[in-house]
Design a protein around this ligand. Structure first.
Ligand code: HEC
Length: 127
């Protein structure tokens, strides 16, 4: 009888330690994911996009009114020339490249900020 209790006790202790180790593993996985998420969100271009009205017409992966960012990234290599051209287009607005829908002008945007946004968008190219 005593022996059974001892064995049961050992099993319980074993299971308890196992669960603890599992929990710790899970916690560190969550921490890693959170950190990755933070690094991702601290991209200055993405922050600017979140602060502006871009998301009303653009989505990262799906076309809404404007083209998906991944499609824009696929179309344009991240050259200085393209970054400049696209930054100007965001500031001035325009139409005709992706269809008949116009992009509104963003006249108050600084060119440097528009370039940061473009750099972020073009970085979304699928590898
Ligand atoms: C009113 C809706 C709307 C808003 C707001 C908007 N866009 Fe657009 N965007 C469009 C449309 C429509 C196009 C496609 C224009 C075309 O066919 O020439 C486009 C195209 C683009 C392109 C590709 C341009 C090209 O010539 O290929 C980029 C880059 C872009 N948008 C970035 C942005 C950013 C960054 C913002 C926020 C500052 C923004 N857009 C806000 C509708 C919008």
């Amino acid at each position: 009888m005593k022996k059974t209790f001892l064995i049961l006790g050992a099993v319980v202790i074993f299971m308890a330690s196992f669960t603890k180790a599992d929990l710790a593993k899970e916690k560190s996985a969550v921490a890693t994911a959170t950190m990755a998420n933070h690094a991702f969100q601290s991209n200055p271009g993405e922050k600017l996009i979140n602060k502006n009205d871009c998301l009303g017409c653009h989505n990262k992966t799906n076309k809404i009114i404007g083209p998906a960012y991944v499609d824009i990234a696929k179309k344009y290599p991240a050259t200085e020339k393209n970054i400049n051209m696209l930054a100007d287009k965001i500031i001035k607005g325009g139409t005709g490249v992706w269809g008949n829908m116009p992009m509104t002008a963003h006249a108050t945007l600084k060119k440097d900020d528009a370039k940061l946004m473009v750099k972020y968008i073009l970085s979304l190219k699928k590898k």
